[in-house]
Design a protein around this ligand. Structure first.
Ligand code: ATP
Length: 469
């Protein structure tokens, strides 16, 4: 396999994603909208496969986790209680020469200086001033920036603002997990879960990111897959370690290479956190956050208890003891996972004397599991047989396509580029040209290019085994 320069990899992924129907810029024909992307026909299948695999691991494979899909708009008080209206901000500065905006904390981080989230504007500016000479505008290279200002990331809406009555606006969710805290009481009342229990949700989040960048990595609209595990106070240590291990193993189970994943502890903890780690992936620009795993104590429920005036304590069904549960959280951006999976699967090699690009996606997440071809497009008997096999397979495995466009080599290349693990060809032997091969087809493996003959009636079982593996 050819070594791909990391600096080129991102460009290649973005180009393949557009060319092959994975990801488009939002409102592309109008020049796009920064920080928003659309998932195309192949992308939505890959995304849904990732979500299904996540739901399987975090809801179906567990007895004590409950799924949820909370509404996006929430009572404005929610964002006061969570601290988002006052504290959910990033420090922004502007290049005085070309007006490019930078996130000061990220610019400092890039030169090895950590800016604490809790820092006041003055404290950030003191740090920024001390390191200004080392920070260059990424567009024009100048070192002359405005003072850093804290910029709130919540996106306001005008929902319900019919008569401009004043008061807090209704925000779009800055993080999806608030829906879980808000429905914790409903779930306790309706499902009678026993602690420890979890709630899992995949939901949209919106942030007024100052500098959206790196394709799906930093967007203004994105999806988060969250789990919140409700536990007894002080029973956090063992469960937290188990969560870290479990989530690392799950990412590896998608086919992401171990050496591209690592756990990193946060240097600065927010005041209520007992511990905080990130699972980082080696993106084309280096290791960066993929998923946060946070030990949040009783902070979230206590805040909502204070602001809502509702009793959010859990009552132990056996002892009658009442307490506010502690929470262990995992939160991962689905777009970041999608990008990590694409970056990890992208390969270039040579096959049959020709350069090729392919995505080495695990069959269970590949957007197309198999493509069915007639060897030749202009032989009706081959086409009819191939169509029949395609229709039968599609009933069982919906992510299957039929392709008779161009010669077989071109079809292979096209399927390789979208990561289709198997190509199935109906040829003259299938029709009985060699009687001993009648009703068999060739199955070609994407990664090795090897072909073997499989009985037509056994193709579905073959594919099911590979998808399950
Ligand atoms: P960062 O430091 O990169 O801004 P964060 O620490 O603010 O991220 P969290 O608020 O903990 O992120 O969000 C949980 C997860 O949501 C992150 O691990 C990431 O995968 C995803 N996420 C956060 N912000 C974005 C974004 N702007 N675009 C895409 N995904 C995001």
């Amino acid at each position: 396999m050819a070594d791909i320069e990391q600096k080129d990899l991102m460009e290649k992924i973005v180009s393949l994603a557009k060319r092959r129907g994975f990801v488009y810029r939002s409102s592309d024909i109008y020049g796009g909208l920064a920080g928003v992307y659309d998932f195309g026909p192949r992308g939505v299948e890959l995304l849904n496969n990732l979500k299904r695999a996540w739901w399987q691991a975090n809801v179906y494979d567990k007895e004590n986790y409950y799924g949820l899909d909370a509404g996006m708009f929430k009572n404005p008080r929610v964002w006061e209680a969570s601290g988002h209206t006052s504290g959910f901000s990033d420090p922004l500065a502007e290049c005085k020469k070309c007006n490019t905006r930078i996130r000061v904390d990220k610019a400092l981080e890039a030169i090895g200086v950590t800016a604490d989230e809790k820092m006041s504007e003055d404290e950030i500016n003191a740090l920024f001033d001390a390191h200004r000479a080392e920070i260059a505008c990424e567009k024009c290279g100048a070192h002359d920036f405005s003072r850093a200002k804290k910029f709130n990331l919540l996106v306001k809406s005008n929902l319900g603002d019919f008569a401009s009555e004043g008061g807090e606006p209704v925000y779009l969710p800055g993080e999806a997990c608030q829906g879980i805290y808000l429905d914790y009481k409903n779930i306790v009342d309706s499902m009678s879960p026993k602690i420890p229990f979890g709630i899992a949700q995949i939901g949209k989040a919106f942030r007024n990111e100052i500098a959206p960048r790196n394709f799906l990595f930093r967007c203004r609209e994105f999806e988060q897959a969250d789990t919140q595990l409700f536990i007894r106070p002080n029973e956090n240590k063992e469960a937290y370690e188990a969560l870290k291990k479990e989530h690392m193993a799950w990412l590896a189970s998608l086919g992401i290479r171990q050496e591209n994943l690592r756990l990193k502890r946060h240097e600065n903890l927010v005041f209520y956190a007992k511990d905080a780690w990130d699972i980082e992936y080696r993106f084309p620009w280096g290791f960066d956050e993929l998923e946060g795993i946070h030990d949040r104590s009783d902070y979230d429920l206590t805040q909502h208890q204070i602001f809502s005036g509702q009793d959010l304590r859990y009552t132990d069904p056996e002892t009658g003891e009442k307490y506010v549960p502690w929470i262990l959280e995992t939160s991962m951006g689905m777009g970041r996972l999608f990008l990590a999976v694409l970056a990890d699967a992208y390969r270039e090699d040579e096959m049959g004397g020709e350069a090729r690009v392919y995505l080495a996606l695990a069959p269970k997440i590949a957007p197309v599991k198999a493509a069915v071809f007639p060897l030749l497009k202009n032989k009706p008997e081959l086409v009819a047989e191939a169509r029949e096999l395609y229709a039968a397979l599609k009933k069982e495995i919906p992510q299957i396509v039929f392709d008779d466009n161009g010669n077989i080599g071109k079809r292979y290349r096209r399927q390789d580029e979208i990561g289709t693990p198997f190509c199935i060809t109906v040829d003259f032997d299938t029709l009985g040209e060699k009687p001993e091969l009648k009703d068999t087809v060739t199955v070609r493996d994407r990664d090795t290019g090897e072909q073997k003959r499989v009985a037509s009636g056994e193709v579905a079982a073959f594919l099911r085994d590979k998808i399950r593996a």
